[in-house]
Design a protein around this ligand. Structure first.
Ligand code: NAP
Length: 300
């Protein structure tokens, strides 16, 4: 059976560990050539001290696939450009960019430092924008030069912490909700070039989450296997997903779902009198759907 991504060229940021590593392995197993980006690890190419990206590249090559490592910091403008260029110069084209790299600096709002805020916003938001900008320019140029659909895929990484909201993560949640908005807007902008843009809100037991959520039981380890997350990313990366864009997919061992976006709820007739607001808001509140909790359901 032909692979879902046969002949496609994909970049996975943060592909050396956790969910990104699984994306790389499954993409390669489905026939894609993969640029494995990861900040960590030695990049001098010598000795046995392999970085996470090199290890994933070696795993892919051992199973007969094609892959190359990239050590860019995704939040660095020029390095992000270099990563896109590397895919094209190595494999001749780029079809898929999966923005997955991420970090956590959890802290209650009152205790959060400026550095903790800045680091998270930089890696997630600029680290999504910079590679996406350079990839989108590549696809736009391709579309204009050939007159054909780029048939390309941009896949971002959000989180239930952002779209639903998790205590202790104002920085991370703001970034992840920002990525959700980025995804919807970019999907509308890039449609004309034949680029779909979707996001995944994953759940998996990784270095990022192993300290959260209590003891690691066998059940948690199984439902937290990143192998539950990778199939939606790989399918979105394939040509089969051409009609799906602007969507947010929740994916873990416990759930596969589409998270629905903000909609206008109950309305009231606008007034210039602030004294009328109390009654108007009370009426709208009585009719409005509650915000979702971390499980995606209405809060009690
Ligand atoms: P992980 O195991 O820590 O992997 C994240 C990867 O991103 C690491 O390999 C890290 O590289 C890389 N990275 C960090 N900053 C980078 C940068 N500036 N440039 C390039 N690479 C960078 O975490 P994960 O759980 O797989 O997370 C993957 C994504 O899913 C993240 O965006 C995360 O926010 C999101 N997410 C995860 C969960 C979950 O349940 N695990 C839930 C919601 C959202 P090095 O450390 O090697 O430098």
């Amino acid at each position: 059976m032909a692979g879902l991504c046969e002949g496609r060229v994909a970049i996975v940021t943060g592909g050396g560990r956790g969910i990104g590593r699984e994306y790389c392995l499954m993409l390669a197993a489905e026939g894609a050539k993969v640029v494995v980006n990861d900040l960590g690890g030695a990049r001098d190419g010598e000795g046995a001290d392999l970085g996470p990206a090199d290890e994933v590249v070696n795993e892919i090559r051992a199973m007969g696939g094609e892959a190359v490592a990239n050590g860019a910091d995704v939040s660095n403008w020029d390095q992000a450009k270099g990563m896109i260029d590397q895919a094209v110069s190595t494999f001749g084209k780029l079809d898929v960019l999966i923005n997955n790299a991420g970090i956590l600096r959890d802290r209650m709002l009152v205790n959060m430092t400026e550095a903790e805020w800045d680091a998270v916003i930089k890696v997630h938001l600029k680290g999504t924008f910079a590679p996406s900008h350079h990839a989108a320019n590549y696809w736009r140029d391709l579309n204009k030069a050939t007159g054909e659909s780029a048939n390309a895929r941009l896949i971002n990484t959000s989180s239930v912490s952002g779209i639903y909201g998790n205590i202790g993560q104002t920085n991370y949640g703001a970034a992840k909700m920002g990525i959700a908005a980025f995804t919807i807007i970019a999907s509308r902008e890039l449609r004309r070039y034949g680029v779909t843009v979707n996001a995944i809100a994953p759940g998996a037991l990784t270095r990022l989450t192993e300290d959260l959520g209590g003891p690691i039981t066998e059940e948690r380890r199984e439902s937290g296997d990143p192998k539950w997350v990778a199939p939606i990313a790989v399918w979105l990366a394939s040509e089969q997903s051409a009609d799906v864009s602007g969507r947010m997919f929740e994916a873990s061992g416990n759930v596969l779902a589409i998270a629905e976006g903000w909609h206008r709820g109950p309305t009231a007739k606008p007034t210039k009198d602030p004294h009328e607001m109390g009654a108007l808001v009370a009426d709208m509140m009585s009719k409005a759907r509650k915000n979702a909790g971390m499980n995606g359901m209405d809060l009690d």
